[in-house]
Write a protein that binds this ligand. Structure first.
Ligand SMILES: Cc1cc2nc3c(=O)[nH]c(=O)nc-3n(C[C@H](O)[C@H](O)[C@H](O)COP(=O)(O)O)c2cc1C
Length: 182
């Protein structure tokens, strides 16, 4: 598949299984995240690789977060299971810098590009990947457990693994609804 065709047909896959990819593969995925547009070269992102025991630790963090919010048993159980939906999660967070020309908003976008590049790289390697956030992304307790400063943002949990099933190709949205020429 050529690059344009890849870009035109990319889609997420939440049905993930298997073992985490090996370290070389993980590094290849992360290197794509390092290669995104970045005003003033601030590198305003950070990647936390979560696999194996890390998934259990993340599960415990989610559980504690929901309990601390007074969530009911069903909610606790649901959150506890969430990290096990894939053998690898890459947590993309911001690392904001003070810069006269680069407001926080631009740094957030760059970190978002890194998350996208990570998902694309995983997809290009034949893996399935799904970008998720949800309330756990914004929870101070989760940030604390992941050693992410409270003033930073978790851009996404990128779930990655072998595809448990291939999904049918979705139709692309109609370009005309989103484009005008000026
Ligand atoms: C910032 C961000 C956060 C997202 N969070 C979630 C999420 O928590 N749960 C979810 O089901 N999809 C979430 N999505 C959407 C999925 O990653 C995915 O893009 C969507 O299901 C559409 O599928 P597609 O990527 O195949 O077009 C999020 C996407 C973005 C960009």
């Amino acid at each position: 598949m050529n690059i344009l065709e890849f870009l035109h047909t990319r889609q997420s896959n939440p049905h993930l299984q298997g073992n985490a990819p090996d370290e070389a593969t993980i590094n290849n995925i992360l290197k794509a995240g390092m290669r995104v547009p970045d005003h003033a070269g601030l590198t305003p992102w950070h990647f936390t690789v979560v696999k194996e025991e890390g998934l259990t630790k993340l599960s415990k963090a989610f559980k504690s977060a929901i309990i601390s919010d007074g969530g009911d048993e069903a909610k606790v159980e649901k959150a506890t299971k969430m990290p096990f939906r894939a053998p690898l999660i890459i947590v993309v967070s911001t690392r904001f810098h003070q810069h006269v020309k680069v407001p926080k908003q631009e740094q957030l976008i760059a970190a978002g590009c890194a998350a996208h590049a990570i998902q694309m790289a995983a997809t290009s390697l034949g893996l399935g990947a799904m970008w998720r956030t949800g309330e756990m992304s914004y929870h101070p307790l989760v940030k604390e457990r992941l050693a992410i400063e409270l003033h930073e943002e978790i851009i996404g949990f990128i779930y990655i693994g072998d595809k448990a099933k291939e999904l049918p190709l979705k139709n692309s949205k109609d370009l005309n609804d989103y484009v005008k020429y000026f």
